[in-house]
Design a protein around this ligand. Structure first.
Ligand code: LLP
Length: 379
């Protein structure tokens, strides 16, 4: 979108490049063609209706973590059979909502949860299709807040307990065990943890086959990372290497479907947070570019020390200066970038914070009683 069009918008706002989103979806679909893949979009990454609509129209399913997300995905036309519902703390009404709509799969995280699902399904005269989430104890080498597959994490059922849980699942009359689910973490750019995951799954498939237990599907979760440092040169995640890793290392059985739950890699690069410089303030030995966007609009830098590229869209200066780019919220963690080199920046300049399409708008809050940022879309 031309800068003039962006300039008339009230800031801050999220700007989405819909063509990039469509290109990304086409690329994923090409790679998944002719394969037994079911690709779900992890709605938590970005639940904006226009974004979801584009993704579901492309035929992807949904990975959901709350009743609110189930309702939103239904409203955007995602078919219930293509829905998976994950999370360690599903409430009764959320489980009922899933059962009522006959969603494709509950990813079950504990025995007590499985018993409740069976009970509620019995009361509603339904069968719940489930996958058991396994905690494979694999370190994904990512930020500790978004590592989910190690023994210290609250997620999933340990491999030691799996036997017992599977035996129990097979006896529950309102539970249909479809397969196994895994998710080891997010923003993963090194494929080694995925190779380890494949090895673990291969071992489990062999063991269970010997006991006469087979699975219709395996779900390997999401987690593929994007390049936050260079979004212009890498505007798509490395889907070829990611899918290639699974097709090379995972020994799926005849007819078995491989499910994925991708969030960040689908939407991160198509979104930017657009903001305006309110003030340039000289501090002791530093200068601050103070924006009208803050951690309430994009919390990733404050919460995970995440780095996003910051660009001045309107400065015409060819001189580079050093800035701390900060927001207006009353916390020192409200900093988007420290020691950031930008062309000479002044009040009124438009600033883009890049790669903000995932976990940006969806994690925005009203902290400091600020308004939620609106969204603007390209054609
Ligand atoms: N499946 C499950 C079970 C998950 O917990 C997640 C993300 C995904 C799929 C999607 O993962 P993705 O493909 O987006 O990496 N707010 C953090 C990320 C939290 C991820 C939580 N789970 C951030 O901004 O980095």
């Amino acid at each position: 979108m031309p800068i003039q069009a962006l300039q008339v918008q009230r800031t801050p706002f999220y700007y989405y490049d819909m063509q990039l989103l469509r290109d990304t979806l086409q690329h994923i679909k090409r790679l998944a063609e002719d394969k037994h893949y079911a690709i779900h979009y992890a709605v938590k990454a970005n639940g904006n209706p226009r974004i979801m609509d584009e993704i579901f129209q492309a035929g992807l399913g949904a990975d959901l973590v709350s009743g609110g997300e189930i309702k939103a995905a239904l409203a955007e036309g995602c078919s219930p059979q293509q829905m998976t519902y994950s999370g360690v703390g599903k409430t009764d009404w959320e489980i009922r909502l899933g059962l009522d709509n006959e969603i494709g799969c509950f990813n079950v995280e504990s025995v007590p949860e499985m018993m409740v699902i069976n009970q509620l399904a019995m009361e509603m005269d339904k069968t719940a299709h489930i996958a058991i989430r396994v905690n494979p104890d694999i370190d994904a080498h990512t930020h500790r807040y978004i590592t989910t597959g190690t023994a210290h994490n609250k997620f999933g059922i340990s491999i030691e307990d799996l036997n017992q849980v599977i035996s129990l699942a097979l006896t529950l009359p309102h539970i249909h065990l479809r397969g196994l689910h895994f998710h080891i973490g997010s923003q993963i750019t090194d494929m080694q943890p995925y190779v380890m995951l494949c090895d673990t799954i291969n071992g489990l498939l062999r063991d269970y086959e010997q006991r006469g237990v087979t699975f219709q599907m395996i779900n390997v979760g999401g987690g593929l990372g994007v390049d936050y440092d260079d979004p212009d040169n890498h505007n798509m995640a490395d889907f070829d290497r990611y899918f290639g890793t699974f097709s090379q290392h995972l020994q799926l059985r005849q007819g078995q479907v491989l499910h994925f739950e991708l969030g960040r890699s689908i939407v991160a690069q198509c979104g930017s947070l657009i903001s305006r410089v309110l003030y340039v303030k000289q501090g002791r030995g530093r200068q601050f570019a103070i924006l009208d966007a803050g951690m309430s609009d994009l919390i990733r830098p404050a919460l995970y020390q995440a780095t996003h590229q910051v660009q001045n869209l309107t400065s015409t200066s060819d001189r580079l200066e050093r800035y701390d780019v900060v927001g207006p919220v009353c916390e020192s963690s409200d900093t988007f970038a420290s020691d950031c080199m930008l062309p000479t920046t002044q009040r009124g300049d438009l600033i883009a914070i890049r790669s903000a399409g995932a976990y940006g708008e969806s994690m925005a809050s009203a902290y400091n009683m600020r308004s939620l940022p609106p969204a603007v879309f390209s054609l």
